[in-house]
Design a protein around this ligand. Sequence first.
Ligand code: AMP
Ligand code: ZN
Length: 489
Amino acid sequence: MELKLYDTLTREKRVFRPLDPANVRMYVCGPTVYDFAHIGNARPVIVFDVLFRLLRHLYGEGHVTYVRNITDVDDKINARAAQEYPDLPLNEAIRKVTEATDRQFHEDVAALGCLPPTVEPRATENIAEMKALIERLVASGNAYVKADNVLFSVASMPDYGKLSKRPLEEMIAGARVEVASYKRAPMDFVLWKPSKPGEPSWPSPCGIATPGRPGWHTECSAMADRFLWAEAKSRLSQNGLSHPHQFDIHGGGADLVFPHHENEIAQTRCAFHTPLMANFWVHNGFLQVEGRKMAKSEGNFVTIRELLKDWPGEVLRFNMLRTHYRQPIDWTVKGLEEGAKVIDGWSGFIGNCDPVGQPDQIFIEALCDDLNTPQAIARLHQMAHPPVAGLIMAGVTMLGDRIGQEAQRHLKSSAMLMGLLAKTASEHHAARIKAASVDTVAVELLISTRNEARKQRNFSAADRIRDELAKMGVVLHDTKDGTTWEIAR
Ligand code: AMP
Ligand code: ZN
């Protein structure tokens, strides 16, 4: 099946063809670890987890390399560490902040059903690669040293700005905010900067005496290069594949297009003389609250941790995925309530069935159409309901065995591919019974199907439906006036 993805660079939806189908390579910008992640930060993590899962499905589990970095050197981290642990030496305080935040982040995204990426490199463990990249850029005339900083010279790259396609004046105006005397031109950006005593620092490149630290953009270019190119190169040549210095997919939130990704492209292309850094640039839209982007600086955020106290991870994930990744999402409690009902309904339908079997073809086709998760979810709905409705029409004798179980398995393997239904169905039932909320439409449908079966004297089918309902926490009472039901106590 053909996967199509929207590429921000070419502004079109194109057929995805990996450079090496035996090793599909994707890089996604990861968190800066200084504080609890909010649910907006979870959007790229979930969206690219779905893409990772889909690529593994299409190319094989062992044939996808997904790199998501951890930015553990950043001015925001330094500021937070000094504020939280004023009595500790800065480096020790920084370690405490980054270790705790890193752990929280991993617990949170695991609860949201996200698989761990193949590699999660930390910036502080790749300083040598960053310095080597900086040295190359200075050697090629794309960067210069000034006042112990190393800066990228934007003028040295004639087609700078192709990703964001922003007018030059706008980029200059944006850059002016942080214009420093040591820049040759306002848009030049920092690759390396000097550290004050006590701040994190490493011996500087390019003969600079003062120890310093890398700029944020430099981190991603160097780590993408190390884990997605340097390590893939020998495999590519062994297999006779050409290996331009590039990889398949680079992802992140839309706010990273400028300046972060634009600058990553500038660094990588100029250092390695390659026309492209990644074949596809994929960006998720914003999660918003009342029309405004959720952000720490706006003060309108809610952390993943807080939400997980009230909602299962799958419900948060479902709510995220029922909007297409490029559209804005308005995050509402109503959306979460609806999501909880749907997930409950599905797990009731699936019961504890064995997940063997392939995901549904139409479901996969929806995902292959630029990750159309709303359409994929619509297909899951169809799969959860028509079997019951369809069986009524087709006659109850068809129920249970083949069609019923196949539909269950199909739904289960499809929903699992998307990372929904991470918990076992029995856990769902326990939670559902506790909450005493069941999908009443499904219950009524199952009861009428069962009554039909009894009328046709198909008692084994009728018993199976009773068992299914029992798994959903529903107890039936047959009286001479008909069947009533209640939630098991
Ligand atoms: P930050 O911590 O701001 O560097 O963000 C980490 C990741 O979360 C980046 O990929 C951002 O693009 C993304 N992100 C931050 N806020 C939002 C939001 N409200 N909606 C969607 N993505 C976001
Ligand atoms: Zn990045």
